[in-house]
Design a protein. Structure first.
Length: 127
């Protein structure tokens, strides 16, 4: 009896995960761009980044570009010392990250940095 219940529960979990993956596969990726003024790089790297990177990993987020002092001005304003571009498989996946990511930023990140601007850009569907 226990074995049957376990098999049914496992089947439901696998099925739900498959449906979620199929839904995400039909959605365009989402790109998150942030401009951040890091005030304490050591604290930011040691305390904030590991937590936020774990939250990203759990929701399918990838680091695409940027970092500390890696932005070159072509025209316009001088950016803060950290600009990053991150990617999620869909806007929905990003929203799941945002739920936990906002908490991490408020509890840890704001001790070490000020977020100047953030954008979420829906990408084109990958072929």
């Amino acid at each position: 009896m226990f074995k049957s219940a376990l098999m049914i529960a496992t089947s439901i979990a696998v099925g739900a995960g498959t449906v979620q993956l199929l839904h995400a596969a039909g959605s365009p990726p989402a790109y998150f761009i942030a401009m951040v003024n890091v005030k304490d790089q050591v604290g930011y790297v040691k305390e904030f980044l590991p937590k936020i990177q774990q939250a990203m990993k759990e929701t399918g987020g990838d680091y695409v570009a940027g970092g500390m002092n890696k932005t070159t001005v072509i025209t316009g304003m001088e950016p803060p010392n950290r600009v990053v571009i991150l990617k999620w498989p869909s806007v929905e996946a990003y929203k799941k990250f945002r739920e936990n990511g906002t908490k991490i930023r408020e509890e840890v990140g704001q001790k070490y940095a000020d977020w100047k601007a953030e954008w979420l850009v829906e990408g084109v569907e990958e072929k």
